[in-house]
Design a protein around this ligand. Structure first.
Ligand code: UP5
Ligand code: MG
Length: 196
């Protein structure tokens, strides 16, 4: 029965560590559907008639985490809509509310394969996000003030989630401070090691 469940890999790491970049490569190589929680929230923020638009924008700008009911339902809907069975969940779960909400609603409906954790220093991550902002990302959180807040949230909330999964032996830690191609070499090994 367990074999029929959709398979999930959580992809975590600091803001700018390269989660999105690596997820694109993974999805090309292994066919996983890439679902970025941040992208889904940014899309929902723009959706005409959304009751969450303003709340999402405030949270994103302040580097705070949107209540799990919103995020989890966007993820669940995107999974169902895809009709596929293997997913990269990029940038989620980020805090205890996320973890509890996912566990409540989705843990029986999915099989967690492992957690990819991209390790990258705050300085390098900040440089990358500011570079992306300067290049015209249009993201309202690619500025120094928001980045400080995003990092606080990452260190105070998200690291606990990574530790939680690490204690379960589910975390695959990857050095994300090298070039995207080099990072991807290690990422491929992580998938190969579980027979993918
Ligand atoms: N780059 C990437 N890899 C590189 C490499 N190896 N060497 C050199 N440069 C590299 O990369 C960032 C930049 O670095 C790019 O310019 C890239 O070319 C370059 P990217 O792959 O985009 O990194 P990523 O880790 O995806 O960075 P991102 O900024 O998306 O991370 P965040 O975790 O901050 O953003 P996210 O979109 O996940 O969340 C944004 C906000 O949404 C959160 O702060 C929060 O407010 C909200 N949110 C929730 O509330 N709940 C959620 O569940 C998710 C998000
Ligand atoms: Mg991203």
């Amino acid at each position: 029965l367990n074999k029929m469940l959709p398979e999930v890999v959580f992809v975590l790491g600091a803001p700018g560590a390269g989660k999105g970049t690596q997820c694109s490569l993974i999805s090309q190589e292994f066919g996983f559907v890439h679902l970025s929680a941040g992208d889904l929230l940014r899309e929902e923020r723009q959706r005409p008639g959304s009751e969450y638009g303003e709340m999402i924008e405030q949270k994103i700008r302040d580097g705070q985490i949107v209540p799990v009911e919103v995020t989890c339902s966007l993820l669940h809907k995107a999974m169902q809509k895809s009709g596929k069975a293997r997913f990269l969940i990029d940038g989620f779960p980020r805090n205890k509310d996320n973890l509890d909400g996912w566990t409540r609603v989705m843990s029986d409906k999915t099989k967690l394969l492992f957690v990819l954790f991209f390790e990258c220093s705050q300085d390098l991550c900040t440089e990358r996000c500011l570079g992306r902002g300067a290049a015209g990302s249009g993201r309202s959180d690619d500025n120094l003030e928001s980045l400080k807040k995003r990092f606080n949230t990452y260190l105070n909330d998200t690291m606990h989630i990574i530790t939680h999964y690490d204690q379960m032996g589910l975390v695959r830690k990857i050095n994300a401070e090298v070039s995207p191609d080099k990072v991807f070499e290690d990422v491929k090994k992580a998938f190969n090691d579980i027979g993918i």
